[in-house]
Design a protein around this ligand. Structure first.
Ligand code: FRU
Length: 457
C-alpha cells in the first residue's frame, strides 16, 4: 500500500472530511467524522466513529448515523455532541434535496446512552426566515448558568457568511437569538463549521469562511479556517470581536476544525486534512485504492494574546520509537530513514539562520532569517508544478517539529505559534531527508524518532 497513513484517523475505504462530535464520554475520547463509506466523492455522508482512552489504541465503532431517513437522506452533515443526563446528545445537519434539487436543511438530534448506538429524534430546528438554506454544522456548548447555546454556519439572503445563535434550556426546544456577530464586511459568501473556544480569560470564534480573497501570502487556499479572538457578551447573545481574522494553518490542506474539552481541562482540536481544489482531489493517487483524506493529529489549543497556539497532544510521545538520529551543529546533512513515519525536531538555541530542508525531493522548506520568512514548497501531484505557502514569524525561529507520514506533513514552528499542514506525494521510494544551513554558523540540534502507527491499513 502506497501513501499510507498510519497514525492519523483515515478511512479504510471511502472519503472522509470534517471531524464531528468530538467528546470525552464515560472514560473514552470519541472522534466522529464525515464519511462516504462506499465512494470517493462528496456524497452519501454518514458519521464514522472511532474512540480511544489514550490516543494510541483506537477502537472502530459502527457508523453513528447513516443517511437513511426522510429528513437526512442526502447526508448526515457535520455537527457536535454534548453530555447531558449521562447520555450523549448529538446534533447534526440533515441535508435533503427536494423535487427540484432545492436544498432543505434541518438541524437534527440523536441520543445515545452508551456513546455507540444512537437513536435519531429527527429535526429540532427548521429553516429560519432571512437566510438561505445554507445553514449547517451545529456546535453546542453549556453556558455557566446551565443553559445551552448552539452556533450554526449560515448565509444571509444577500449571500454573505454569518453565524446564527440558538439557545435552549433542555437541548430539545431551541430559540433563535439572531446573528452571533455584527456583520464582518467582505468576509465571504458562507461560513461553515463555527465553533467557540472558551478559556478562562478569552474566547475565540472559529469559522471556516468560503469566498475570501487571497492577500499576499495569506488566504491562498480554496477555502479557509481561522478565528477571531473576543468575548461573549454578558447576555450570551453576541460574540464581540476584538482581533482580526487569523488563519489556523499556513499549509495547503487544513479545513473544518472542531474543538472539545477533555476531562483534564485541555482544549483539543482535530481538523480535516483536507480540503483541496476539486481537480487535485480527483487526481489524488489514493483514489485508485478506494480511499481519500485523513484527519490531522490532535492538537492542544491555548489562547495567548490574540493568537491561538497549537501543540501536538502529549500522548503522541508514546508513538515514538528509539531515537533514529541525534546530531548537533550540522551544516549540511542528509539521511535515508528506515521508515516513512517520523517525528523530526530541530532546535536552534539562539536563532535559526537561513536554511533549507528537503523531504523526499517533493517538499522543501526554506527559511530566510532577515525577513523571518518560512516557506513550504511542494510539487503538486496533478500538475507536477511547484506551489508554495509562506508565513512571516513574529519571533526568531528556534524550534521546528515535523510529523511525517508517507503522504502528509504537519510542521509546528516555535512551539505551535505557526503550523503548516499538507499532503504530499513523492516519487521517491525512500524516506530521504536533507538539511542545509546557509550563511553564518549557528548552533543547532536535530533529533529524529520513528513513529509507530496505530491504523495499519
Ligand atoms: C465542511 C462541510 C460542512 C458540511 C460537511 C458535509 O467541509 O461542507 O459544512 O456539514 O462538510 O460533508
Amino acid at each position: 500500500m502506497k501513501n499510507q497513513m498510519t497514525y492519523h484517523i483515515t478511512p479504510h475505504q471511502g472519503l472522509i472530511n470534517d471531524p464531528n462530535g468530538l467528546v470525552y464520554f464515560k472514560g473514552r475520547h470519541h472522534v466522529f467524522f464525515q464519511w462516504n463509506q462506499t465512494g470517493v466523492t462528496h456524497s452519501n455522508k454518514s458519521w464514522g466513529h472511532v474512540s480511544t482512552t489514550d490516543f494510541v489504541n483506537w477502537q472502530t465503532h459502527p457508523p453513528a448515523l447513516e443517511p437513511v431517513d426522510e429528513f437526512d437522506r442526502d447526508g448526515c452533515y457535520s455537527g457536535s455532541t454534548v453530555v447531558h443526563d449521562n447520555c450523549l446528545y448529538l446534533f447534526y445537519t440533515g441535508n435533503l434535496r427536494g423535487e427540484n434539487n432545492e436544498r432543505i436543511t434541518t438541524q437534527c438530534l440523536a441520543i445515545s446512552e452508551d456513546g455507540i448506538h444512537f437513536t435519531k429524534k429527527g429535526p429540532i430546528i427548521t429553516q429560519p426566515s432571512g437566510y438561505t438554506a445554507h445553514i449547517r454544522d451545529p456546535k453546542v456548548w453549556q453556558t455557566a448558568d446551565g443553559s445551552w447555546s448552539m452556533v450554526l454556519g449560515a448565509q444571509t439572503l444577500d449571500l454573505t457568511g454569518t453565524v446564527l445563535l440558538y439557545q435552549s434550556d433542555n437541548l430539545i426546544d431551541w430559540v433563535f437569538k439572531g446573528e452571533f456577530v455584527e456583520e464582518v464586511p467582505d468576509f465571504g459568501f458562507m461560513w461553515e463549521c463555527p465553533d467557540v473556544l472558551i478559556t478562562a480569560s478569552k474566547q475565540a470564534l472559529i469559522i471556516s469562511p468560503q469566498g475570501l480573497t487571497a492577500q499576499g501570502i495569506t488566504l491562498n487556499n480554496l477555502y479557509h479556517s481561522g478565528y477571531f479572538i473576543g468575548q461573549i457578551s454578558k447576555d450570551k447573545h453576541k460574540f464581540q470581536i476584538e482581533s482580526t481574522f487569523t488563519e489556523f494553518d499556513r499549509g495547503f490542506e487544513f479545513y473544518a476544525p472542531q474543538t472539545y474539552q477533555t476531562d483534564d481541562g485541555r482544549q483539543i482540536m482535530y481538523a480535516w486534512m483536507g480540503l483541496m481544489q476539486e481537480a487535485d482531489e480527483r487526481a489524488f493517487p489514493t483514489i485508485k485504492e478506494g480511499w481519500i483524506h485523513s484527519l490531522t493529529i490532535p492538537r492542544v489549543l491555548t489562547i495567548v494574546g490574540n493568537r491561538i497556539i497549537q501543540k501536538p497532544i502529549d500522548e503522541l510521545l508514546k508513538l515514538r520509537g528509539e531515537t533514529l538520529e541525534q546530531v548537533k551543529n550540522i551544516k549540511k546533512w542528509q539521511e535515508t530513514l528506515p521508515t516513512f513515519q517520523n517525528e523530526v525536531l530541530f532546535h536552534w538555541p539562539e536563532a535559526a539562520p537561513d536554511f533549507t530542508v528537503n523531504i523526499r525531493n517533493s517538499v522543501t522548506f526554506t527559511y530566510y532569517q532577515q525577513e523571518r520568512l518560512f516557506t513550504v514548497y511542494r510539487i503538486n501531484w496533478r500538475t507536477q508544478q511547484t506551489e508554495k505557502r509562506s508565513v512571516r514569524l513574529e519571533n526568531e525561529l528556534t524550534d521546528l517539529q515535523c510529523f511525517m507520514e508517507e503522504s502528509s506533513l504537519e510542521i509546528f514552528l516555535n512551539q505551535g505559534q505557526e503550523v503548516f499542514t499538507l499532503r504530499y506525494i513523492s516519487q521517491e521510494t525512500e524516506a530521504f531527508i536533507a538539511f542545509e544551513q546557509q550563511g553564518i554558523q549557528a548552533e543547532n540540534d536535530l533529533i529524529i524518532y520513528p513513529l509507530n502507527g496505530f491504523c495499519k491499513k
